[in-house]
Design a protein around this ligand. Sequence first.
Ligand SMILES: O=C(O)CCC(=O)C(=O)O
Length: 236
Amino acid sequence: MSHTAEIRYAGPSPLGESGYRTGLDWNTHGRARARAAEIITEHRAGRTEVVRGAHLLFDWAAHAVRSPDLLRVVQETIGGSVAVENTFLMIKWPGRDFPVPWHQDGTNPRMQLDPELSVAAWLAVTDATTINGCLQVVPGSHAAGYLDYGREESDAQRGKALGVQGMPNGPHERGVWLPLDAGQACLMDVRLIHRSDSNMTVGARVGLNVRYVAPGAIRPSGPHSPSLYPLTGSDW
Ligand SMILES: O=C(O)CCC(=O)C(=O)O
């Protein structure tokens, strides 16, 4: 089933021409790796791949979303009042087919995010490399605004991801890999097109995806609005 973007929101990004920013830390390398070891131990038996709302379930994730370096830059980008709209913990296990198709974080059948008032973050809990499934982004792709998308064809238990229509099923000639060490993070415009590959190594890759919003960022498609998790400010 395909979806047409309700509002395109084409235009410049609060994160500049590339539409993304690296060089941020959400934790020390050692602490992030120690956390990853615990997560891997906890989820190994069930081979859990996606945990939605991780900030509501795990203390470490609730702390991670408010880590000072990250939150400072989020506030510089979208303003002083910040809430978490959602988080996804993603574990790519060795030997599992788990590519994430090209997509934009700020649009789905339930809502659209205003790109001036929202920003996505990806936090490396393990190291993320080109071989174990780090992100690949298309710089500047935010400028065209939201694109039409459809659900991927997959029978994986984790559910079907949303993919931008007309994108190749794999790397893109204009794509840039964003390898990160455990403890590092990147910020992305919510319209930036990005993807990741399956993990081809023998160890698990763990990442936390966070969507931050400012008041007024969410345009719901139906009667239900997501419940927000305020971090700063009093306008909620
Ligand atoms: O963790 C990944 O590999 C991809 C995550 C992602 O792009 C997302 O959840 O929006």
